[in-house]
Design a protein. Structure first.
Length: 178
C-alpha cells in the first residue's frame, strides 16, 4: 500500500528541478582601478579574473570609450564553489533582495563596499570598491537549445519564473524578497 505522500513524491518531475548554473562577479573600472578591481575579484573568488574589453567597433566619445578599451573585470563560478560564494555574498546584503532585482532565469544585486562581505577585511592596496553579483539558474534539458548539432527550441515552461527563483532562495539561502 502506498500512502498519499509517496504518490506525490513520485509525481515530482526531476526535469522541472531548478539548479544554480553559475554566479558571475563583476567590477567596472579603467586604468589603475582595473588592477585593483581584478585583485578584489581574485581575493573574493579564489579564481583568476578576466578583463572585459569594449567591442572592436564600439565607440562612445562622451564616456571616453574606444575600441578594445579595457572596461572591467569578471569571474564566473560554477558548482559547489558558486553556491558557497553566493551564500557569503547574500550575507553582505543581509539576505534581503528587492523583487525588482529578480528577472527570468536570473537575479542580480550590487555590493557597495566589499568590506560588507562576512569574513573579508579591508585591503589597503585595493581600497574601497564595490562589485556586482549575478546568479543564473537552469533546468535540465537546456543543452537541446545550446548544442551545435541538431539544435532545438525550448518551450516557455522551460524558463524559470521569478516566483520559482524566490522559492529557491527561501529554501536554500533563507533569503527574504520584498
Amino acid at each position: 500500500m502506498t500512502t498519499q505522500t509517496q504518490i506525490q513524491e513520485k509525481k515530482e518531475n526531476p526535469m522541472r528541478e531548478v539548479k544554480l548554473e553559475k554566479v558571475v562577479l563583476s567590477c567596472g573600472a579603467t586604468g589603475p582601478n582595473l588592477e585593483k578591481s581584478q585583485k578584489l575579484l581574485e581575493m573574493i573568488s579564489g579564481k583568476k579574473a578576466q578583463i572585459m574589453k569594449a567591442g572592436p567597433k564600439r565607440r562612445i566619445p562622451d564616456f571616453g570609450v574606444k575600441p578594445h578599451l579595457p572596461l572591467g573585470t569578471s569571474v564566473t563560478l560554477r558548482g559547489k564553489h558558486a553556491f558557497e560564494i553566493l551564500k557569503k555574498l547574500l550575507g553582505a546584503v543581509d539576505n534581503e533582495l528587492d523583487e525588482k532585482q529578480i528577472a527570468e532565469n536570473s537575479f542580480s544585486f550590487g555590493i557597495h563596499e566589499y568590506i560588507e562581505i562576512p569574513g573579508i577585511e579591508y585591503q589597503r592596496e585595493i581600497g574601497i570598491r564595490g562589485l556586482n553579483v549575478t546568479a543564473c539558474f537552469i533546468r535540465a534539458g537546456v543543452r537541446v537549445k545550446r548544442r551545435k548539432i541538431k539544435r532545438g527550441k525550448l518551450p516557455e515552461k522551460q524558463k524559470i519564473s521569478p516566483e520559482e527563483i524566490i522559492k529557491f532562495l527561501e529554501e536554500n539561502f533563507e533569503t527574504e524578497v520584498e
